[in-house]
Ligand binder design. Sequence first.
Ligand code: NAP
Length: 350
Amino acid sequence: MEWIDKEKPVLVTGASGYIASWIIKYLLEEGYTVHGTVRNINKKDTFSHLLDIAEKSSGNLKIFQADLMKKESFLESMQGVELVIHTASPFVVRGINNPKQELIEPALEGTRNVLNSANQIPTVKRIVLTSSTAAIYGDNIEVKSFSNGIVTEEYWNTSSNIENNPYSYSKTLAEKEAWEISKQQNRWDLVVINPCFVFGPSLTKRNDSTSIQTLIQLGNGTFRFGVPELWFGITDVRDVAKAHILAGTKKEASGRHILYSDSLPMLEIANILHNRFGDKYLFPRNVVPYFLIWLLSPIIGLNHKYVERNVEIPIKMDNSYTKKDLGLEPTPVEKTFVDHFEQLIKDKLV
Ligand code: NAP
């Protein structure tokens, strides 16, 4: 028998999300039974794409209702489960009014809730947590203090707090708490996935994930007057999904895993799209000078501190541990962006 029994269900929290949908698709195609949780089971439109995928694949899918903020609400979906994949956590970086309530509490309480539930379910052997490189560094400037200026799994984000990058702070607190809870027992082990900014085709027309919003804005003219020279580490959503499954099913997998294809400034992402899709879409064609971005920052929803600590600061990451531990090679960024934009066109989102 394999280490994770294929006859036992796998739990995926936040099933309707951008990343979780791909994880569930691959699990179903491999014949697993998946228990997926959603916040509101009456909103069938948020998970009907998963029911369609389940119908066409060899696996089975059962949807449960669970909320990160409701204690023990994950218990029912965890019955008989050996592998828990915990993806649910709010991914919002703009328009946040109450960071404690909107980000910190659901990320942190949700992690406690899911992991403490696993302590009550004797079948659980492994938990794979979707963290982020946001738990490794906050502002790009922080990376300058890392050895050779390269992001590796050994670092933790020390610059984010409830006012500065609250999303990154929520991911840092949640991952730290997960390691703490895992250390207090020895029945299940924890493996963590740390993607960068995730792009690649979505399995739904839903556009509320920050990843999808960002690509839509690059194509719909929001940045037609130019973009700041802002560098992002890029990860393909399909690599993220495969990494979660490998991290769950490879017995020897351990630790944190940076998922990284390359880092690019926003204009280079736009250039990839412009080269493939041409002038039909209003892709940005130039970089807005630093002083202008600094002056305009309060109007465009950034603040001076963010500009000073991020704009024109390239970042590099080391993905060698992930390649070695999970045997996963990253998808080239050109494929990620072209496939993603094709999906937006197909689904009439641009
Ligand atoms: P997403 O599509 O917005 O998914 C977020 C998921 O979290 C949704 O399924 C959402 O459920 C669920 N959720 C949020 N608050 C909840 C609550 N109170 N109770 C239950 N579920 C709740 O975004 P995503 O990109 O797939 O993100 C999934 C995970 O990947 C998150 O942990 C995120 O931090 C992490 N991540 C994302 C990126 C990226 O660039 N996309 C990069 C690194 C890490 P509803 O459907 O009910 O809203």
